[in-house]
Design a protein around this ligand. Sequence first.
Ligand code: T3D
Length: 263
Amino acid sequence: MSYQNILFQSEAGIARITLNRPDRLNSFTDAMHAELRDALSHVKGDGSLRALLLTGAGRGFCAGQDLSEREVPPGMEPVDIGATIERNYKPLVLTLQTLPMPVVCAVNGVAAGAGANVALACDIIVAAKSASFIQAFCKIGLLPDAGGTYFLPRLVGTGRAIGLALTGDKLSAEQAAQWGLIWKCVEDSELSATVEALLQQFAAAPTRALAATKEALHASAGNTLKAQLDVERDLQQMLGRSADFQEGVAAFRAKRPPRFSGR
Ligand code: T3D
């Protein structure tokens, strides 16, 4: 499939997806979703990949759903957005959360509506100081989707989640970092170097251990302590048989840096 709405590259263990409709602040269209699905299925199927980057082209990260696709002439049936969520947003969010590798999101500018919440579905979110997060849904008569009602209260607590969702106020990247919504806010000029260093770190990391860590942390939201201890036991048992665990132990014993293969 050739891509018109995203850029996709994969090299040296790192896949990079750039949302690429800068004149529309990279808002999502059906066509962009189809391309994202295709690119992410390549990422899932390529065993050599050990980290994924998601970012946006131009001055924005993503302004959510392209609203020009939601305008209907008077008298016509509105678009069934339950169906578009099922087809587009739900698989996108679930895929980003469950990919067996770290997903780094470089928020280069405004992230609004589903654009903000797709960023929150990633594992490590680094935002440029000039970026912002806007739960824009209430301004157009919708509720936060793309996982917003799940991620927000878990990341910043119910009080702040409700405030963000009911006002649609812009949250600066600095405040987002202070509130724990994202991993880090950096100077605009430092965004790409910061993200690149993370990607290189992850591309040389014990990938299965990082994937299992994601899985366990996400499972904990719905688990009792006892159930979570079982999750940890089972995943650790699997990791205990991995080549990377053997390498980690051998490198520690030999007082040398480990050379993880991701297996
Ligand atoms: O429908 C379903 O399937 C359900 C799922 C829904 C998910 C959602 O995401 S709903 C929420 C949709 N998003 C929004 O409501 C945000 C709309 N955009 C904005 O509020 C503002 O653009 C921003 C606050 C994000 C940025 O403001 P600003 O002043 O920096 O930029 P701008 O001038 O508004 O936007 C630049 C251009 O991008 C502009 O086009 P123009 O005038 O230069 O030709 C603007 O119309 C366009 N644009 C921005 N966001 C969207 C968009 N075009 C279509 N859809 C957009 N979402």
